[in-house]
Write a protein that binds this ligand. Sequence first.
Ligand SMILES: [Zn+2]
Length: 210
Amino acid sequence: MHDLTEGVARFRRDVFPTKARLFAELASTHRPTTLFIGCSDARVVPELITQSEPGDLFVIRTAGNLVPAYTPGPDGVAAGIEYAVAVLGVGEIVVCGHSACGAMTALAEAHDLDAVPAVADWLRHADASLARTGTPGTAGTAGTAGTAGADVAALVRENVRAQLTNLATHPSVARALAAGGLTLRGWVYDIPTGAVEQLAPTDPTAVPVA
Ligand SMILES: [Zn+2]
């Protein structure tokens, strides 16, 4: 098991001194340029795959990188979005899905989620994503892992697009979009190759980010 205490010691000894000026500046400054909404999956590390420095990204990570459509009331995801857009003034929001996403796999293959009711409830926020890709569970009955993988990949992409649509229902996002001060991007990160594709919201074609 990874020793977190040893990691902190190594950070303070080897890493912090090399960025001391940056951290001194960040002590009183918080001006991220991007709100990055990714999956909680441990393999998807926003700062690593974008090679960002501390202070660059305001990050929200949820299971399945889901962004519930706006509804009034206490909501941690909505509060984070509003703070990033209306207070910090980020200029772009990236919603990043990824290959082999456990949440999308559970939906695409219609896994039994009775033992994890909170997960099942949360994943209802992907209902529209699922509706766009067809009937859940067909991948499993098709009988080949390749077909199942393809269906999960399709759902991952449609889910990113659906979350971009949900994002636009948040008043702070809608205001910033109307004012022309905000760009929304949909990405998909491929774990085995490190590739990142950018999805056009209304166009199914994907192009590499870099
Ligand atoms: Zn995931």
